[in-house]
Design a protein around this ligand. Structure first.
Ligand SMILES: *Cc1c(COP(=O)(O)O)cnc(C)c1O
Length: 388
């Protein structure tokens, strides 16, 4: 088997899925080299998503922390409030190009489901979202949102009834409907070529940030950081900086209730090399090698695996991965809200929390970029509950 990222990646799937993935890879390779396809993708990112997103100098936070200059890449200002729409627009255009008329996708908390249903509505595609039954109950508002956008939401009742099982379910459904159906995967995970495709549609984040920081500071940043669930917003920021060896790259995972407990989602920090969802990567596993239930206050970071490129970047020491707890993330959520008037997604707050630890130790002429992957309106209730 071929591995795309050192010994990570690959394609651990049944033969019918492998055939569909080959069709997908061919279409993707063809599309990414077609200037009219890229032009159309960039058109929708500009006119529909609202790109480029600003790179905002967080002057107040910088002053308060007293160290490195902190910039925020404002993915929270995108249509639908997060980076996920970059990927769903790209993949739906690919689906259209392949002549598919139906979209299926998995979702955990519902954010990828909403971004998928949004793009499907705009491109007039039939859309079905698979979501664990427990997640559906926890995220009723997002279920309703997807339905309002015209999607059908189907509950998954097998296994843990959460995201990990919704992925397996979606892949199995795909096998049955491959002729007219496109499986739109939500993060830089899964069997090849999905991690490569998602990276391609998210790398716009880092490409913009690089131009913007050179514009505003006249040089590259010293540190860039992003939160890591499956790893799509992180690889989106990192991709264009990987060859810039002087730029330090940091991914921030969820330590949940603490790394010493079982209630965390710190895949790269504590996980083991494993096969999950069709790829070889790192995953949080039990003694017997089965996938562990994971936990984070942040639904978007609550995933037991991680994109294979992150496992590789950690392995070759090009990127460093750290973890912050629920409490640290909530503190950062409140701090950014109060100091800058920006309410960050609780996922993004993990990156902000680590920046708050690191920036004071850096000199004042150093520059740090945080990917603000999404906005926090969706999290206000959960934060209120947490604080009580
Ligand atoms: C889904 C989500 C994440 C986590 O997903 P990645 O693929 O790791 O980026 C992070 N932030 C926000 C706002 C999200 O919605």
């Amino acid at each position: 088997m071929e591995f795309q990222y050192g010994r990570f990646g690959g394609q651990f799937v049944p033969p019918q899925v492998a055939a569909a993935l080959q069709e997908l890879e061919q279409a993707f390779n063809d599309a990414k080299n077609d200037p009219t396809f890229i032009e159309e993708y960039l058109y929708y990112l500009k006119q529909y998503v609202g790109r480029p997103s600003p790179l905002y100098f967080a002057q107040q936070l910088t002053k308060k922390l007293g160290g490195a200059k902190i910039y925020l890449k404002r993915e929270d200002l995108n249509h639908t409030g997060a980076h996920k729409i970059n990927n769903t627009i790209g993949q739906i255009l690919l689906a259209k190009r392949m002549g598919k008329t139906k979209i299926i996708a998995e979702t955990g908390a519902g954010q990828h489901g909403v971004a998928t249903a949004t793009a499907a509505a705009m491109f007039n595609m039939e859309c079905e979202i698979f979501q664990g039954q427990i997640d559906m109950e926890r995220q009723r508002l997002n279920v309703f949102r997807m339905e309002m956008l015209g999607a059908k939401v189907t509950g998954v009742t097998q296994g843990t009834k959460t995201l990990a099982d919704a992925v397996d379910y979606a892949i199995n459904e795909w096998i049955k409907r491959i002729d007219d159906t496109f499986y739109l995967l939500g993060s830089a995970v899964g069997p090849h070529p999905y991690p490569t495709i998602v990276r391609f549609f998210q790398k716009i984040i880092g490409e913009e940030a690089k131009k913007q920081i050179i514009d505003q500071e006249g040089r590259l940043p010293d540190v860039i950081m992003a939160c890591v669930g499956g790893g799509s917003n992180a690889i989106g920021l990192f991709a264009d900086f990987i060859d810039d060896k002087d730029v330090k790259i940091i991914g921030v995972e969820a330590a949940g209730m603490g790394l010493e407990t079982k209630d965390h989602a710190a895949t790269l920090t504590l996980g083991k090399e494993s096969i999950i969802h069709g790829m070889n990567t790192k995953a949080v596993v039990e003694e017997d090698g089965s996938i562990s239930p994971v936990y984070s206050i942040s639904a978007g970071l609550d995933y037991p695996g991680v994109g294979p490129e992150h496992a590789f970047l950690q392995d070759i020491k090009r990127a460093e991965y750290v973890a912050v707890t629920d409490k640290e993330a909530v503190d950062a959520f409140l701090e950014l809200s109060q100091v800058e008037g920006i309410i960050p997604a609780i996922e993004s707050s993990h990156a902000v929390a680590y920046a708050m630890k690191l920036a004071p130790k850096m000199s004042k002429d150093h520059v740090l970029i945080i990917n603000l992957s999404g906005r926090g309106d969706k999290d206000v209730e959960a934060i209120e509950r947490y604080l009580q």
